[in-house]
Write a protein that binds this ligand. Structure first.
Ligand code: DOR
Length: 463
């Protein structure tokens, strides 16, 4: 692909998703990074013209929960490889979590990440500020940030805030959005002792059970209601939490679900073993069904991947070349879950995974786009994103809904180099991804010159 940047861009004859959820075969003209005009047979001259017959134009995906490992854990991923994976997956903006090294718990660490991303990231970026039991002042002043991340469980070291008194102080102070990883650390610690020494990856979902998630979500909800504090529940994973929110969800509370909690369940451990070990864990088939229904009904507001790459060696799977063809029980040395890092990559596959669900009738393409872009922009107050309309930023993805193509290890951009979805035959792959009016990715090629920008968040993150 040409490495040049461009001031004007014309996308011709795409099937365009409009803000009211309808589709129209039409043209879109972009100038200086903004959508200027939408209409049939526009006679604008443009630096770059994309003929988009047979392609569908959607607002670029905003992935609101990723772990990109820079600084400090670059052997797993870095901002270059992660943002290339984003571009290939149609993700034009991401919100990244604070469990890097050093932890993102003050302005200096936030500034460092922003500076690195400005240099390296192919797509737009925002970074959470992480809560400790001691950094209350930083949580109020750090900027720009989508909000405060609290690990109520599943995290060791300073980022763990699991005592109700410390949590209460954070909820009581300030107004900005609080996003929680809701698992009950005390319950997990107790159950870990009961199941110690079992080298079966599936035991992870037994130890960190549905009750552990429900306990923490119940506590977060209680504190949020006590102070009417804007709360976002990250990667909701259980039927019980979905039912809790269905009964009792204040207007200032939002929740997200991951594609893997919708599409994978404990039956997949047999084949994929530790690769699908994550926190909160993969649940049962019943949970899949209840989470889908909650998403359809608006109890769950949007989708995040929780992209959390670890190397195959760390996962105890260095000898497995391609799990789509391999019998994992033969090729894998099973490690006790406590010895394996939790998490799996996701930014490269989330949009085609969900669009494939849409094409197979589980939901609509407009719903997928709402869950993966529009609703995220609204919930986080991300200025100028999430719709194809004049005046919005030209962060766009052209997807091909007519062709199926499998997830192939050799095509992955993430540094960890594997996906739990290898071999899944998907449609809706991005053909072209556009960031700020620049083509950053086109059919396997990257424009090395394109860089994303720091996202802006409206002051209150109000809904
Ligand atoms: O599975 C997970 N992995 N869950 C988290 O909350 C953290 C993440 C990571 O950073 O590896």
């Amino acid at each position: 692909m040409s490495a040049s940047t461009t001031a004007t861009l014309l996308i011709r004859n795409a099937n365009v998703l409009l803000p009211d959820g309808s589709f129209q075969k039409t043209d879109v003209f972009v100038r200086n990074g903004l959508i200027e005009q939408i209409g049939s047979k526009l006679d604008q001259k443009a630096d770059t013209v994309i003929e988009a017959d047979h392609l569908t134009l959607l607002p670029g995906v905003i992935d609101p929960q990723v772990h990109f490992r820079e600084p400090g854990l670059e052997h797993k991923e870095d901002l270059t490889t992660a943002s290339r994976a984003c571009a290939r997956g149609g993700v034009t903006s991401f919100l990244e979590m604070p469990n890097t090294k050093p932890l993102t718990i003050n302005q200096a660490a936030l500034d460092d990440k922003l500076a690195r991303a400005a240099q390296k990231s192919y797509v737009n970026f925002g970074f959470f500020i992480g809560a400790t039991a001691e950094n209350l002042p930083d949580l109020q002043t750090a900027t720009p940030t989508p909000g405060i991340k609290i690990f109520m469980g599943s995290m060791h070291g300073d980022l763990l805030v699991d005592q109700e008194g410390a949590l209460d102080r954070i909820f009581a102070t300030g107004t900005r959005l609080i996003a929680v990883h809701a698992e009950d650390q005390a319950r997990i610690a107790q159950r870990r002792k009961e199941f110690v020494g079992i080298a079966d990856p599936a035991i992870h979902s037994v130890i960190q059970d549905n009750q552990a998630a429900l306990n923490a979500t119940t506590l977060a909800l209680k504190l949020s209601k006590k102070y009417q504090r804007r709360l976002h529940i990250l990667h909701l994973s259980t039927a019980e939490e979905a039912e809790l929110l269905r009964q009792d969800k204040p207007a200032w509370v939002t929740a997200e679900v991951t594609p893997q909690h919708l599409l994978l369940n404990t039956g997949f451990y047999e084949k994929l073993g530790s690769l699908i070990q994550m926190n909160p864990p993969i649940r049962g088939a019943h949970d899949n069904e209840v989470l889908w229904q909650a998403l359809q009904d608006g109890v769950i507001d949007f989708i995040a991947t929780d992209h959390a790459p670890h190397t195959l060696a760390e996962k105890g799977r260095a000898n497995v070349t391609d799990q789509s063809e391999e019998d994992a029980s033969v090729a894998t040395v099973f490690l006790e879950p406590a010895k394996v890092p939790s998490g799996m990559p996701g930014v490269e596959t989330s949009l085609p995974l969900m669009l494939t669900q849409a094409m197979q009738g589980r939901c609509t393409v407009a719903q997928v786009s709402n869950w993966m872009s529009t609703a995220v922009a609204k919930a986080y107050g991300i200025v100028g994103k999430g719709a194809i309309a004049p005046g919005y930023d030209a962060d766009l993805v052209l997807v091909d809904l007519e062709t199926y193509h499998p997830v192939l290890r050799e095509e992955l951009q993430t540094k960890c180099g594997w996906s739990p979805f290898e071999g899944w035959n998907l449609t809706g792959w991005p053909a072209v991804t556009i960031v700020g009016g620049q083509v950053v990715y086109e059919r396997g090629q990257f424009n090395e010159q394109v860089r994303g920008k720091a996202l802006s968040f409206s002051a209150s993150n109000a809904l």
